[in-house]
Design a protein around this ligand. Sequence first.
Ligand code: PMP
Length: 433
Amino acid sequence: MISTDTQSSQTLFDTAQTILVGGVDSPVRAFKSVGGTPVFMKEGHGAHLISEDNKTYIDYVLSWGPMILGHADPVVTKSVIAQAQKGTSFGTSSALEAELGFLVQRFFPSIEKIRFVSSGTEAVMSAIRTARGFTNRDTIVKFNGCYHGHPDSMLVSAGSGALTFGQPDSAGVPKDFAKHTVVFEYNDTEAVKNYFKTNGNEVAAVILEPVCGNMGVVLPNPGFLETLRELCTNHGTVLIFDEVMTGFRVHEGGAQALYGIKPDLTCLGKVIGGGLPAAAFGGQKEIMDQLAPVGPVYQAGTLSGNPLAMAAGIATLQQLTAQQAFQTAKNQTDKLVSGLNDRIKTFNWPIQVQNCGTMFTIFFSKGSLTQLDEIKTCDKRAFNRFYHEMLESGVYMAPSQFEANFMSNKHTDTDIEQTLNNIEKALQKIESL
Ligand code: PMP
């Protein structure tokens, strides 16, 4: 029975744990990394979330990225309600899919053909299969610290250093699958170059987050993306930019617009569904036409191109332009980052911010961080204390040192100022401990 009474997050989490595995439907929500009880949210409005305990938070998680217009944007909400009243799923084509397709293409001109799916994981899994079908090759190159959802071949990482033949990172991934994934350190241009000298013609695809968000925000070193583009072009390898997170977030047109590099395939998710389950992959027509029903690579989905999700995506992308949402959110991010840099100067803590567009991470370390090994040296205990101080003060940030935070166009100067004051107080407190 669903209760409408106010219940504490602790009570709700206790109940959830009796039916949901670990009390959650996605592991990061369980607060394992920072400890404590996850906060159960019941409402979101603009830049704010309201918990079941009736506490209001300034939200920098924004559903892990999608809510660039903030929660319950009136235009998106109206559009979703209007579509729900007409029906939520037909299992047929609808006009909405091509409409969203053309809208996405306006932001991402490298996408000549697109296919909608329901999650980033599905987009990556399908893009990889398409690349393998197109090239008739098995090997995939990925980078340590990049997250691409949970397709088998992507749950593989490597120890530090150059290449390793992949060991599965998760139980349940057959070694026989993992061996087709080759992992390099992010930004290790030379190692990839060397690998391609002898193995380039066997690589189906190179996949990466062109700006990494999933080890916290890490930028590509100058020349990294350019070299990958060149290697892929020279060896007939498909270059896949996983812009599930960076799409519409580091630039309206993603990292490919920011850095002026055209991938062969792009994976999108998060913002394109406006908070509903939609994702997509797309790119060069010749490669995409490998997909059924045109080509031999099979891929399908009962809820793919779902009308409700398409309506939310269309309204979001239209409002992105109408509200100049990206620029506003970026300006607010820049204000937060510059305010933070001013304030952290006075602390002895090794602490710094890395940011790109509307994404930022506060790292408890010094010096610029360019790959996972360096990031692992961050002071996790300090981060966790800081995290709980911030939560207590009403600021909801990503519950792990190794994640990006996000800004919406609804975060006001007052939100930013309050966040900065709370950060300062939190740092003073943990410094005194
Ligand atoms: N790729 C990237 C870059 C992501 O950040 C994520 C999710 N955080 C995914 C893929 C997987 O998306 P989903 O959670 O929708 O499956």
